[in-house]
Design a protein around this ligand. Structure first.
Ligand code: B12
Length: 216
């Protein structure tokens, strides 16, 4: 099974969108574990591209091609990921989650994986997209009566927007109504504690566990 994971990883590193789609389709057809394919194939590939970018072996267009290949493959896998938990998905019982990338930040690969795994675990995820202001998160949370607001930031320069979100909730006496969780490359438990967020997770897997803890 690991062969297909390696092929996926290579397709992402090569920024080969067609191949990424083809391999994702094979994952679905051959009933390979979609979560494993994401973790051991897609994520491994984009992480490698990130490393290559840092040490000067890859350039921005390479990263963009890899990101596009990743998004195209993930799109194919999303139904399989959502079906991973079978028929016992009960959104109302498990809770609604508003998820987005903070203002000034357009990275969405990690956010999309978090969304896919939370959906697979039976949560109803409202993905508001990228470059979203604190008000956008809160407006959506009010509209759908969410229990958790989840904010992703991939840049050290956009991390403060997670703090703005928590402060906005505190100032408007809304923090009791919604739990705020944060994540993304440069964030940490220390940062979450510092800004008064209710939780932080390093990976999408752990984000699911975190939501389970917060809503239990
Ligand atoms: C792909 C990529 C891009 C793509 C984004 C495409 C897309 N659709 O997302 C493009 C090419 C557009 C891009 C642009 C830029 N990027 Co960029 N990018 C990356 C790269 C290589 C990978 C990011 C990624 O997808 N990782 C894989 C995912 C799966 O990991 P993740 O996002 O961390 O998510 C996981 C966890 O963090 C967690 N998680 C994520 N979100 C959340 C949310 C919650 C609530 C929770 C609980 C958990 C959670 O779960 C996820 C799955 O396990 C990283 C390098 C790296 N190693 O991370 C640089 C990186 C993030 N980029 C960087 C930079 C500098 C930029 C640019 C400023 C470059 C430029 N000069 O233009 C622009 C910024 C644009 C903007 N305004 O946002 C820097 C940031 C440095 C810093 N610390 O601030 C990095 C670290 C590269 C580097 N080392 O220099 N980038």
């Amino acid at each position: 099974m690991s062969a297909i994971y390696d092929e996926i990883k290579e397709a992402i590193i090569d920024g080969d969108e067609d191949l990424a789609v083809e391999l994702a389709e094979r994952v679905v057809e051959e009933k390979v574990d979609a979560v494993e394919a994401v973790q051991n194939g897609f994520i491994k590939g984009i992480e490698e591209v990130g490393k290559n970018w840092l040490n000067g072996e890859a350039f921005l267009p390479d990263v963009m091609m890899a990101a596009d290949a990743m998004s195209a493959g993930m799109e194919i896998l999303e139904p399989a990921l959502a079906a991973a938990e079978g028929d016992d998905n009960s959104y109302e019982d498990k809770g609604k989650i508003v998820l987005g990338t903070v203002e000034g930040d357009i990275h969405d690969i990690g956010k999309n994986i978090v969304s896919a795994l939370l959906t697979a675990a039976g949560y109803k995820v409202y993905d508001i997209g990228i470059d979203k202001k604190a008000e956008d998160f809160i407006e959506k949370a009010k509209e759908v009566d969410a229990k958790i607001i989840a904010a992703s930031a991939l840049l050290t320069t956009t991390m403060p927007a997670q703090s703005v979100l928590v402060n906005y909730l505190n100032e408007n006496n809304l923090h009791g109504q919604y739990k705020v969780i944060i994540g993304g490359g440069p964030t940490s438990q220390k940062w979450a504690d510092e800004i008064g967020a209710d939780g932080w997770a390093e990976t999408a897997d752990e984000a699911v566990q975190l939501c389970q803890q917060l809503l239990s």
